[in-house]
Design a protein around this ligand. Structure first.
Ligand SMILES: [Zn+2]
Length: 287
């Protein structure tokens, strides 16, 4: 059993554009799950990739969230200000022999990385990407919405990049380092990130930290069957109708809607009503 007195959850948006309905569902789901367990809820801005970050998008997102009464229990942290922590994690992994240098161009293999450079060390003569050498043959997770999932090394996931050739830290490394630093106990996010779980679990194992529980919410799909995203130009959430947005997100997660036009009242009631067994056990669901 999980000790819920230490429950810490989080919502971690990338500042690549304003919040759309899909990200509101993830924010709301993580908030309600944390609050209903008496836990803390944190917001972290994942601005690791400077070329993709949109100026001012972080402030816009935080304002949209607070307009829906979704406010972090601790000061919001920014990944771009935590690069030294990611370097520390890399050193730790390297000292334990988990990393190797890789210079394979992406076009040299199809799909999953075949482990071409696996026997290399990290002593570099040229700038290289750093890869994590997976030692597990399978990773299993009992996801609280999607059920038991098993990933097989070499089929579902391979050795993955933790630092890119251009020196940027990779997503998996940054997420795990921050979730460990923030003592996150349960990750509630969209099912599009379910496939990141085996790689993140490998990092937890390598860093001798227990991996968190996961709850992957169905992705919000548009009429075309594609995930709503900034890339598909999903409409921005309109804060003027925050109560309607929250109720629409509650309905999407198959939770009771609340007859109120006050976001705070809706959240308070939704926390009491929250039941994870009502969440549709689907990877995606059309609006
Ligand atoms: Zn390689």
């Amino acid at each position: 059993m999980t000790d819920h007195s230490h429950y810490v959850g989080r919502f971690a948006p990338s500042p690549t554009g304003p919040l759309h309905f899909g990200s509101l569902v993830a924010a709301l789901g993580s908030y309600l799950d944390a609050r209903s367990a008496g836990g803390q809820w944190l917001i972290r801005v994942e601005d690791l990739d400077p070329p993709r970050a949109v100026r001012g998008a972080d402030r816009h997102i935080l304002k949209q969230l607070s307009d829906h009464s979704l406010v972090s229990d601790q000061p919001v942290i920014y990944q771009s200000q935590r690069l030294h922590r990611f370097d520390d994690a890399l050193s730790c992994l390297n000292d334990k022999g988990h990393l190797y240098a890789c210079n394979c161009p992406r076009r040299s293999y199809l799909g999953l990385y075949p482990g071409t450079c696996r026997t290399q060390t990290t002593s570099e003569t040229q700038p290289s990407a750093l890869r994590f050498r997976v030692s597990e043959t399978t990773i299993q997770q009992k996801d609280l919405a999607q059920g038991a999932v098993t990933w097989v090394y070499g089929k579902d996931f391979g050795d993955f990049i933790v630092r890119r050739k251009d020196g940027l830290h990779a997503y998996q490394l940054a997420v795990v380092t921050d979730d460990i630093a923030q003592k996150v106990t349960r990750i509630v996010r969209g099912a599009d990130l379910l496939s990141a779980t085996p790689m993140q679990t490998c990092l937890y194992h390598a860093l001798d930290v227990q991996s968190p529980e996961t709850l992957h919410l169905p992705m919000v799909l548009g009429r075309d069957g594609q995930k709503l995203s900034k890339q598909t130009h999903a409409p921005t959430i309109n804060a003027a109708v925050a109560a309607d947005n929250l109720n629409q997100a509650l309905a999407f997660l198959n939770q009771p809607i609340i007859a109120s036009d006050n976001p705070k009242i809706i959240l308070g009631a939704a926390v009491k009503n929250w039941r994870t067994d009502r969440i549709p056990k689907l990877m995606g669901k059309t609006l």
